[in-house]
Write a protein that binds this ligand. Structure first.
Ligand SMILES: Cc1cc2nc3c(=O)[nH]c(=O)nc-3n(C[C@H](O)[C@H](O)[C@H](O)COP(=O)(O)OP(=O)(O)OC[C@H]3O[C@@H](n4cnc5c(N)ncnc54)[C@H](O)[C@@H]3O)c2cc1C
Ligand code: SF4
Length: 501
């Protein structure tokens, strides 16, 4: 008999050992561990999603003729031990786990219980380790754009005769538009939870009552069929406008033209390759700037982040190059704040476990960075707060991209902005008691005030920085009375932000 161990984020029959196995000759081990769910106060939607997707995948495997050894227990160790008791000395094939340290941990457990773990390539990824080695070799700076270009060349996607279609690799300059006015957004897709998902939701509410978020409106794909429907729906209705409104934020519309596919891709219900290939099939129907923008998110950013994570762990996790030690404010748990942008983002997160990229980077991440929050506290919050969160994707995005805690290991500058940026890209400021243009006084936007406070705090570090130097010079030239008023207001804002009890 062949034994295949499938982790909760590898739920795919189309690739890897499962795709080549003879179901009649294969036992599949899946371990549903409660300890995993209680390790952090994970969003209830995330727990319902993962546990329901695993339970559905068990049924899919059985329908395909596999014998499934589904171990619902306290810990991974108990699950593996129970399997090896039934099948002594089995060799378990496992696709390389995405998160750091998991392969070694599982190997130890399997060996301790008389079995063996054989780690094989994780075919859910689009790129291979060799692609990264070729890219990173001898490079002082790791930049997504150049990795992405290499991947475009090697996949041949959006390429013609060795050149990028449209004459350039990246059409971001055509994107990044503010939200459209009086616009009718395409219809949303709704899944009604089946019996198994409803049972799982009830079970999560019962077992994890104090966890983050609510489970009132669960609308995530838990099977491959649902995920394929979500993919088609995105391609039919949203891909066309994905590029222009990628960075826009609106109070009345949470999805805009985003795909909401990250939970399904990260679980393995969809492969990154098939998502890109399906989008490329629409090349004659959608603008190149949107198609290229979408492909870059997956072929570029998603793959790049995963390789950066592999290359820089474990040091990346504890980086704190800007020496920020403030506590993450309580508002990240409650959404209760007069700052409308933060109120909207956290409230949406509590309700559905998801916000889009710019809310993550330029509202939630930006505010924590300006405030000087300890990056590890924010990383933890992102890890438990989002339905699509896994260490391999959260840690590089939060510690590196959003908090600049590795001092630019793979980003060229800190992603900071005052209220003017949020005002341009959203309708949040119109409904806020603060004024994005003001940096001092009681009505000053805290983002604007704290932006200058950040520049003041780090002026020495960024004085000669090619992309930050201008802001430092502008601050230096400012009137001393202005500066004092801004720094005083910054002190008041910080004092008012209560940490979590
Ligand atoms: C602070 C911070 C935290 C983040 N945490 C997560 C996380 O927990 N899980 C997660 O999957 N992504 C995370 N991202 C990346 C990105 O914000 C999400 O992938 C995206 O918002 C998911 O929504 P979507 O599927 O509608 O994406 P779309 O806008 O439709 O983009 C399409 C796909 O591109 C991929 N993608 C785009 N940007 C990135 C990126 N920077 N890193 C990895 N994949 C990317 C995702 O697979 C996404 O589904 C984070 C980004 C930041 C700045
Ligand atoms: S004014 Fe400032 S705090 Fe208020 S919504 Fe705009 S950016 Fe956010």
């Amino acid at each position: 008999m062949q034994h295949i161990f499938v982790l909760g984020d590898q739920l795919n029959l189309q690739v890897g050992p499962l795709s080549r196995a003879d179901p009649a000759q294969t036992v599949v081990l899946m371990v549903e561990s409660i300890a995993h769910g209680t390790a952090r106060p994970y969003h209830k939607q995330k727990l319902a999603l993962i546990y329901s997707a695993m339970r559905h995948f068990k049924l899919t495997l059985e329908a395909a003729g596999f014998t499934v050894s589904y171990q619902a227990c306290e810990t991974w160790e108990q699950g593996i031990a129970a399997h090896l008791k039934t099948y002594p000395a089995a060799t378990l094939e496992l696709m390389q786990p995405a998160d750091f340290g998991i392969a070694g941990l599982l190997e130890e457990i399997a060996t301790a219980h008389g079995g063996r773990l054989e780690i094989v390539e994780n075919e859910l990824w689009l790129s291979k380790d060799a692609d990264w080695q070729r890219f990173a070799k001898g490079k002082k700076q790791l930049r997504m754009e150049f990795f992405y270009r290499q991947m475009r060349l090697s996949t041949g996607w959006l390429m013609e005769a060795g050149e990028p279609i449209g004459g350039q690799f990246n059409f971001d300059a055509d994107n990044r538009q503010p939200p459209p006015k009086d616009h009718i957004f395409p219809p949303k897709l709704f899944f009604s939870p089946d019996e198994l998902t409803r049972q799982t939701i009830d079970w999560v509410i019962e077992c994890f009552p104090d966890h983050f978020g609510t489970l009132e409106a669960f609308n995530w794909a838990v099977t491959r069929e649902d995920a394929l429907t979500a993919l088609e729906h995105f391609l039919d209705y949203r891909l066309e406008n994905f590029g222009p409104y990628e960075d826009a934020m609106l109070s009345s519309e949470s999805q805009l033209y985003h795909s909401l596919l990250s939970p399904a891709i990260n679980l393995g219900l969809l492969t990154a390759r098939e998502v890109c290939e399906a989008a490329l099939e629409r090349a004659d129907r959608v603008p190149l700037s949107s198609l290229e923008g979408f492909i870059r998110q997956i072929l570029g950013w998603r793959e790049f982040m995963r390789h950066v994570y592999n290359a820089k762990m474990p040091a990346l996790r504890s980086s704190n190059g800007l020496e920020h030690f403030a506590a993450l404010p309580d508002l990240y748990w409650t959404g209760q704040t007069p700052m409308n942008c933060l109120h909207r983002a956290v409230t949406q997160l509590l309700e559905i476990g998801h916000t889009h990229h710019i809310q993550r980077l330029m509202v939630l991440g930006n505010f924590a960075l300006l405030l000087g929050v300890e990056p590890q506290q924010l990383n933890e919050w992102f890890l438990f707060g989002y339905v699509d969160a896994y260490d391999w994707v959260v840690t590089p995005n939060v510690i590196g991209m959003s908090q600049f805690a590795d001092l630019g290991g793979f980003t060229s500058k800190p992603y900071i902005a005052g209220g003017a940026y949020i005002d341009r890209m959203s309708d949040y400021c119109a409904g806020c008691q603060y004024d994005p243009k003001r940096s001092s006084g009681a009505t000053a936007c805290p983002f604007t005030t704290l932006y200058w406070d950040f520049i003041d705090r780090h002026s020495k570090r960024f004085a000669g920085h090619p992309r930050m130097g201008m802001a430092v010079n502008a601050w230096k030239k400012r009137d001393e009375t202005d500066k004092t008023a801004i720094l005083e207001r910054a002190g008041e804002i910080k004092a008012q932000l209560a940490p979590r009890d």
